[in-house]
Each structure stands twice: as C-alpha cells, then as structure tokens.
Design a protein around this ligand. Structure first.
Ligand code: PGA
Length: 256
C-alpha cells in the first residue's frame, strides 16, 4: 500500500468567495464530478448563493456537497440583500460557512452574531463549518489561544452533543488567508490540538474525537499533504486553490 493511502479520509472544501457566474460554476462542477469516483475523501464547495440552485441540479446524486458561504442570523424579515438559512437549504445547500474571517473583519461580524447564524443553520438542518482564527497582531501579542477559545466558546454556546455532529471547525489564521504564506503544518497541528482539547472540555470526549477540524489559509497542492499528515487535521478549506478545476483536482489528488 502507498504511504498516502494510509491517511484517513479527509474533508476537502473549496471556498469560491465572490467568484464565478452560474455557467462558470456549472462548467467547474462538470469537470470535477468525474474525478470524485472512488475517492476516499469527502469534497464540498462553498459557492455564491446565486449559483446554489443551478449547481444543486448538476450535483444531484453525486458525492459533491454544496454549501453557502454565509447566511443571516434571523429566520426571515426586513433584511434587504440577505439570505436566510432556509433559503440556502431550499436552493440546494447542505452546509454553510459561518464566521469566515472576511465576514468577521470586512463586515464586522461579532461572535454573538455568528453564534445566532450557527443556531439558525442547525435549526433548518444545514451542517456548519465554523471558521475561527487569530489575526497577525493577535498572534504577535501571544493571544492565539485566547482568541480561539472565545470564538469557539461563543460560536458554539449551548449547542448540544447531537447538534455538534453537524458542526465542523475551520482553523484559518487570518495572516495565512490569501497571502500565499500558509501556517507551517506544525503550527496548524498545535492549534488544532488546542481546539480539539477545548471542545473536549466544552462538549465532551465523544464529540471532540469525532469533530472534523479543517485547516485553511493558502492551501495548495504543494502543501496539502503536509497538513494531512498531522494527527488533528481532518480536512482543508481552500480559497484561491479551488478557483480552477485544475488546481482543485491537484489538491484532491494528494494521495497519488
Ligand atoms: P485561501 O483562502 O486558500 O485563498 O488562503 C482560504 C479561505 O479564505 O477560506
């Protein structure tokens, strides 16, 4: 057996951010889906809300999972321009991101607001990838663990063990997102182990053993295997590297 075949199944998720029209999205999915046959790993794409419905038709009956990049914290109401959890589900999403650093920093989302989004998503049956991570300044001040603790504690406040089975975590250090300078696999492993231990304290050992903790921040075909060799890294969240089917397939093929 090849060394890489021994790596346990991973959860590989692309995050397209504000990229792709519907026809570009469909073209991408049609190129990716045949590559998923026989793959040991789970694959998902967090796509613009405008693409969800059309992509859901293309992905029906395939292993490619679709996600929203964002939902609103309220069930419905006078929130011009927003998408509710129910709308995302109805359009074909199986999961949603919550708390992505671009939402936290560019759109000033607070932990309390993100927590309400998590609850809304769970309420309608969407899986959630809760994104957490420290800024460069927080890292320099030695506050990484403090920030991760706050984001996990507040983001998952009151989520019971059953609902926790629908939650994954993405550790995405803000300084590594879109910079081309990924965290070293050792630093990522250290932070993932810290998060898993915190989840054990907050939600119990059974939840902490099962929960998937993804790494995100400048993941590419060249470094993905280093992350996957780490004990506590169960997957990756990939921005730029998921924008072309060629670069994404190279990441999916990390076992070859
Ligand atoms: P990146 O983005 O891979 O382009 O660094 C990751 C993310 O924002 O999820």
């Amino acid at each position: 057996m090849k060394e890489n075949a021994k790596i346990p199944p991973k959860w590989i998720v692309g995050n397209w951010k504000m990229h792709k029209t519907i026809s570009q999205a469909i073209h991408f999915a049609e190129e990716i889906i045949p590559q998923l046959k026989g793959l040991a790993d789970e694959v998902g794409l967090a796509v613009p809300s405008t693409c969800l419905h059309a992509l859901a038709q293309v992905c029906k009956g395939t292993p490619l999972q679709l996600g929203a990049q964002n939902i609103h914290s309220e069930k419905e109401g006078a929130f011009t321009g927003e998408t509710s959890a129910e709308m995302a589900l109805d359009a074909g999403a199986q999961f949603t991101l919550a708390g992505h650093s671009e939402r936290r920093h560019l759109f000033h989302e607070t932990d309390a607001f993100i927590h309400k989004k998590v609850l809304q998503a769970l309420q309608v049956g969407l899986k959630v990838i809760l994104c957490i991570g420290e800024t460069e300044e927080e890292k320099k001040k030695g506050k990484t663990q403090e920030v991760l603790t706050r984001q996990l504690q507040e983001g998952l406040n009151g989520v019971d063990a059953v609902a926790m089975s629908k939650i994954s975590i993405a550790y995405e250090p803000v300084w590594a997102i879109g910079t081309g300078a990924a965290a070293s696999s050792e630093i990522a492993q250290e932070c993932h182990a810290f998060c898993r231990d915190l989840i054990r304290k907050l939600h119990g050992a059974a939840v902490s053993e099962k929960i998937k903790i993804l790494y995100g921040g400048s993941v590419q075909a060249e470094n993905v295997k280093n992350f996957f060799e780490q004990l506590d890294i169960d997957g990756v969240l990939v921005g730029k590297g998921s924008l072309t089917s060629q670069s994404f397939v190279r990441i999916l093929n990390f076992r070859i």
